[in-house]
Design a protein around this ligand. Sequence first.
Ligand SMILES: Nc1ncnc2c1ncn2[C@@H]1O[C@H](COP(=O)(O)OP(=O)(O)O)[C@@H](O)[C@H]1O
Ligand SMILES: [Mg+2]
Length: 296
Amino acid sequence: MSVILSLDNVGVRFNTAGAAQPAPAVDGVSLQVHRGEIFGIVGESGSGKSTLANAVMDLLPANAAVSGSIRINDREVVGLDDEALRSMRGDEVSMIFQDPTASLDPTWPVGDQIAETIRAHYPVTARQAKARAIALMGEVGIADAAARYGDVPHRFSGGQRQRIVIAAALANNPQLLVADEPTTALDVTIQAQVLQLIDKLRRDHGTTVLLITHDLGVVSMICDRVGVMYGGKLLETATTEALFANPAHPYTRALFAANPAGAPRGARLPVIPAEWSVESLREAELLRAAIGAANG
Ligand SMILES: Nc1ncnc2c1ncn2[C@@H]1O[C@H](COP(=O)(O)OP(=O)(O)O)[C@@H](O)[C@H]1O
Ligand SMILES: [Mg+2]
């Protein structure tokens, strides 16, 4: 199985002026993502998921220091110069974020925003870019795409806006899509639809997806494999089926034990139970006890 993304002992530290050296935000993470799979990173808020994703995309702020090795298609990203990075990011990887509103210019027709992204990557005419943008809008499920091309973002629902952001992310035919909580801002029904869209893109184009989420329900829906993060460390990596059937790490077990519905054994759930969010689970006495046990 070919590897598209390989992390070896990745660490990220933020240098904060004056303060004592804080614990690393990401600490000794090693994992390999295979071409064409959807790999989930799950963990509670503050566990280092976004920092890890941003390290892969080289989107960390200047006060972050990255150690270890991050290889995309066998090319080292850590320490890569700006120009090489820009071409790699353009040609090979794309990222989508939690809040679609923040990714779109509110004053500009969505179609033009997608077309602009296309023209940034390919030497096409304005007319060709527009045709491709309409095709992408259709592909992500915007009905009557040609007629909606000229609408500004607020004319769309939250779920439609995230579809448009996904269309823009697909403009460069990325091999790797990094999605950081892409459905967290959406209500559960729309969340399921957007996850199904991501799954469909993977099936149709073979796009590899690194999916960041705090939600075990999201993992159970579309992830092939999953890594569990806690306190910057990757505690456990497994196929989704194996993780749900038999979580190895006490922290992971606590996540499931605190879920009142019980762990679905590799089931692909039609809807995502909201009460599965790790944020709500954090309150559970059981979880705190297990975290204490896990940390020795
Ligand atoms: N720009 C930053 N400067 C300093 N610390 C940061 C910065 N970004 C994130 N952190 C810290 O890194 C840790 C991990 O944060 P983050 O990666 O956002 O977690 P998650 O995405 O899992 O919620 C947290 O302790 C957070 O406070
Ligand atoms: Mg985050």
